[in-house]
Write a protein that binds this ligand. Structure first.
Ligand code: F6R
Length: 608
């Protein structure tokens, strides 16, 4: 959601900025722009549309010479996607340029104030108010102007700022929106995320809330909002730059689906030691685990779906009650957190605004928060009391696949650990479950190998209008994710229903030929789900079933069956989701959709 890249150094800035913005495309955007200082003045080029529009407009950056600049990909919040609303934004004399990720919540009163002072606004954005406020407070000292503005604005922001009168420096600021800075021998960089600078440097510093960075070509200084200088320690990024490249696959999503055996293995293996599960990062003794009376899982989107699965797994294996909340609801419903509650937030990006707010809300009430996070060093990772990383590596496609799978297995580990410590799983069961866990990567590989069959089936549904996914218990959680995967990338309307619930209204939407995907992986519920399949089939539905090997009876009620290998029923989600991911992917490819960057979506949702 909005990407920021800035550079100051010995090289031409525009190509570096364009390159960095391309690496942030996965965040989602609808327009792009750059401000470059050419030795005399700041020039801005910006346009609605994809990054290639800006690349063409500037001949790959060649027509914007200069060694310092800031760039931006915008995901519209205030004001429609348009050239005027694109960033950067100028002050009135075009001597100060600003790019912004986040939302200035009090921009309306500030805008009115600035208009009363004679400032004219050229855009409908909240961001432009920052450019005029900086203009108003700037009396020759950029740092002073920035701190004065920060004391007046409310909301979230990551900013890149440049002043024509200070052509040897650019500024970066952050509050509740991600921002990193980096340095190499040629210059210094600002970026919303590490992949944007990885080609140039592995030495990065995470900017914390309300810190200001002054970047020159050979050094960086960090300040508080009170202009006090602070020292920060850079970190070295050790992940492979190739991990953020497509590596021969047609789409990042396909590549990431194919990485799932590895990410599942990478998340499980380091935590299985001598036939036990050791999760050091939990920082919980057996006594602490025994003292947990309730678990609250809070997340958004697909991460929420892993939470719904975890509810069944944790309650089943550890017999601890679990409540699962969508983060945007949790924070405003005054949740009841009582002694013995453990809050678990799940997030790939570690930057999702609502999940972060839920974490803070829980901590403010005195509860410890465990973060299950993918992006190392992200806000949630830094603010959670304890962090269990999912080792999925950088996920670029907007629709999550490998991070989702890694989250699932991290939650299985947690459930098994709690179940064992609480004496709810026998040694024999635990041993068998460990074996089943270790088999998951190979079984996922096997299912991925079946992609042609799913592709052929998917091709029949590129023209579908509505698709329904049904399942019971864990299968309902799988259905929710299968449905989201399809709709978010193919734009086909789809809904997930608890299989028994369909007949309470929604079944009226079933017409001749409507596709109903029935997920049935829980042996105890096979018969029940078959009854629901028969109900929709009788009304003309075409029934696709995803079930376990050996459940031949389902063929009586299904028109097409995909079998998943045998595993512990609690782990079935990890297998059943693979054909559903492939189905969504191939329908979207068949429709010619922009699979990796679906319309209207952002990878990292840093606004509420
Ligand atoms: C769907 C998807 C989203 C995210 C959600 C939470 O494919 O990716 O639903 O799961 O926006 O994001 P994180 O996990 O970054 O908090």
């Amino acid at each position: 959601m909005c990407g920021i890249v800035g550079y100051i150094g010995k090289k031409q800035a525009a190509p570096i900025i364009l390159d960095g913005l391309a690496k942030l495309e996965y965040r989602g955007y609808d327009s792009a722009g750059m401000a470059i200082y050419d030795g005399e003045k700041i020039n801005i080029k910006k346009s609605v549309g994809r990054l290639n529009v800006l690349e063409n407009l500037t001949h790959g950056g060649e027509t914007m010479p200069g060694v310092l600049g800031i760039g931006h990909t915008r995901w519209a919040t205030h004001g429609a996607p348009s050239d005027e609303n694109s960033h950067p934004h100028f002050n009135k004399d075009e001597t100060i340029a600003v790019v912004h990720n986040g939302i200035i919540e009090n921009y309306l009163p500030l805008k009115k104030k600035m208009m009363d002072k004679g400032y004219e606004f050229r855009s409908e954005t909240d961001t432009e108010v920052l450019a005029h406020l900086l203009d108003y407070y700037y009396k020759g000292n950029p740092l002073e102007a920035i701190t004065k503005v920060l004391h007046r604005v409310e909301g979230s922001y990551a900013l890149g700022i440049m002043f024509a009168e200070h052509p040897d420096e650019i500024f970066a600021v952050r509050k509740d929106s991600p921002l990193i800075v980096g340095q190499n021998d040629d210059g210094c960089f600002i970026a919303s995320d590490v992949p944007a600078v990885l080609k140039y440097t592995r030495t990065v510093t995470y900017v914390e809330n309300q810190e200001i960075v002054r970047l020159r070509d050979d050094h960086m200084h960090f300040y508080t909002v009170d202009e006090e200088e602070i020292q920060k320690t850079p970190v070295t990024i050790d992940w492979d730059a190739n991990a953020a490249e497509k590596g021969g696959y047609e789409h990042f999503m396909l590549k990431e689906m194919y990485e799932q055996p590895k990410t599942v293995n990478d998340t499980i293996s380091p935590r299985i030691k001598e036939n036990d599960i050791v999760i050091e990062e939990l920082n919980m003794s057996d006594e602490d685990i025994l003292a947990v009376k309730k678990i609250h899982i809070v997340a958004c989107g697909s991460a929420y779906h892993t939470g719904v699965t975890a509810k069944y797994v944790i309650e089943g294996l550890a017999r601890i009650p679990v409540e699962v909340d969508v983060a945007s609801e949790f924070r405003y419903r005054n949740p009841i957190l009582e002694e013995g509650a453990l809050v678990v937030v799940i997030s790939q990006s570690g930057e999702t605004a609502d999940t972060l707010a839920a974490l803070r809300e829980s901590q403010a009430r005195g509860f410890k928060v465990l973060g299950i996070v993918n992006v190392v060093g992200s806000s949630i990772a830094r603010e959670a009391d304890n962090v269990m990383y999912t080792w999925a590596g950088p996920e670029i496609a907007v629709a999550t696949t490998k991070a989702y799978s890694a989250q699932l297995v991290a939650l299985y580990l947690l459930a098994m650990k709690f179940g064992k410590v609480r004496g709810k799983i026998s040694d024999a069961e635990f041993k068998e479950m460990l074996n089943d866990l270790k088999c998951l990567p190979d079984q996922i590989e096997l299912l991925l190998g079946n992609k042609e069959r799913i592709q052929r089936f998917a091709n029949r549904y590129v023209g579908a209008k509505d698709v329904f996914f049904i399942g019971r218990g864990i299968d309902y959680a799988i259905s929710m994710e299968g449905s989201l995967k399809l709709k978010e990338i193919s734009y086909i309307h789809s809904e997930a229903y608890a299989a028994g619930e369909l007949k309470h209204g929604t079944i009226s939407l079933i017409e001749e030929g409507t596709l109903v995907a029935a997920v049935s992986t829980q042996p105890a519920l096979f018969q029940k789900t078959i009854s629901n399949m028969v109900e929709v089939k009788a009304r003309g539905a075409f029934v696709l079933a995803v079930t376990c090997e050996g459940n031949k009876e389902i063929e009586k009620a299904a028109d097409y069956v995909i079998y998943i290998p045998e595993t512990n029923p609690y782990f079935a989600n990890s297998l059943a989701i693979i054909p559903l991911q492939l189905f969504g992917y191939y329908v979207a490819v068949g429709k010619g959709c922009d699979v990796d960057k679906p319309r209207n979506l952002a990878k990292s949702v840093t606004v509420e």
